[in-house]
Design a protein around this ligand. Structure first.
Ligand SMILES: [Mn+2]
Length: 301
């Protein structure tokens, strides 16, 4: 029998990796034989979280052929591992674009993180949550909700975090800030990696659009590298033949993003009712790719 893996999306983030590990733990407690996996290299925020709670990074899978997968934190084809494989289950909190020829278990909720959904499953099934698993679940929640500041945050995320923290006993704001600072380490990292590190590809009505996001506690210094940003975006756009490459530099404290855009500037500008002819604009209050950037772009394309 082919092996079954719990796997997150390409360019894995903390929610994706922590979901894969914690949901594997949940399934094992229910007698299922599964292993956590990842599709790409983990980022520095996730590395810090795994080290803090004593976990190794999950197994890397580059081609999924002949394997069986439980997808966490993603569902669309563009974000999945490549290959020819079977999907058994999906646990997610993203917009849905998936079809299957046979019935499968799908749990999709419009809440702040996949880790919130998984934590709820532990609580509903009255399963014991070890302290380190609670720490991973909280890290996924804090990462995706940007310490509860992102507009994707719901009361459910806060309530579940509070329950988890009775076990994990962390200073949530401090832990969240420390995570974000580790994740925002940009010294010695190439501009290409900064643009693509947290990026996702979308198909908007036949247009291939890539949206990268960099969350920083303070963006001022980084934004002085504007020339380098555009130059690097240009080479990425050509290399990957994107119709449009969008790069959001999000200021966690100011709660807004500077949007860089190459290709389809008019459409992208229209989405945010702003002028993007210079390729750059500041968007007050825009922090979430999923809840704000993607839906706005979908509408105009
Ligand atoms: Mn997520």
């Amino acid at each position: 029998m082919a092996e079954t893996y719990v796997i997150g999306h390409k360019n894995p983030d903390t929610d994706s990796i922590c979901s894969a590990i914690t949901y594997s733990h949940f399934l094992k407690l229910n007698g299922r034989e599964v292993k956590p996996a990842r599709v790409g290299e983990i980022n520095s925020e996730t590395k810090f979280v795994l080290e803090k709670f004593g976990y190794e990074k999950p197994e890397l899978i580059e081609d999924g052929t002949r394997k069986r997968f439980i997808l966490v934190d993603h569902n669309e084809e563009g974000q999945r591992v490549s290959g020819d494989y079977e999907i058994l289950e999906i646990i997610d909190h993203h917009k849905f674009d998936f079809s299957s020829s046979n019935p499968i278990f799908i749990l999709n909720k419009p809440i702040g993180s996949t880790c919130t959904i998984i934590a709820e499953m532990f609580f509903e099934n009255e399963l014991d949550i070890p302290k380190d698993i609670a720490g991973l679940l909280l890290s996924g929640i804090l990462s995706d909700t940007v310490i509860f500041k992102s507009p994707t945050t719901t009361e459910k995320d806060k309530e579940i975090a509070e329950r988890l923290n009775k076990i994990a006993d962390l200073n949530l704001v401090e832990h969240g800030k420390e995570m974000k600072k580790k994740g925002a380490e940009i010294e010695g990292v190439s501009m290409k990696e900064l643009i693509l590190r947290d990026s996702k590809e979308y198909d908007f009505n036949g247009k291939k659009v890539c949206i990268g996001q960099l969350e920083l506690v303070d963006t001022e210094e980084f934004l002085t590298r504007k020339e380098k940003i555009f130059e690097t975006m240009k080479s990425i756009k050509e290399e990957k033949s994107y119709d449009s490459l969008v790069f959001a530099v999000t200021d966690v404290m100011k709660e807004g993003s500077t949007l860089f855009c190459l290709g389809e500037e008019e459409n992208v500008g229209k989405a945010f009712e702003t002028d993007l002819s210079s390729g750059k604009a500041y968007l007050e209050g825009v922090m979430s790719r999923k809840k704000q950037i993607v839906p706005a772009l979908e509408k105009v394309f």
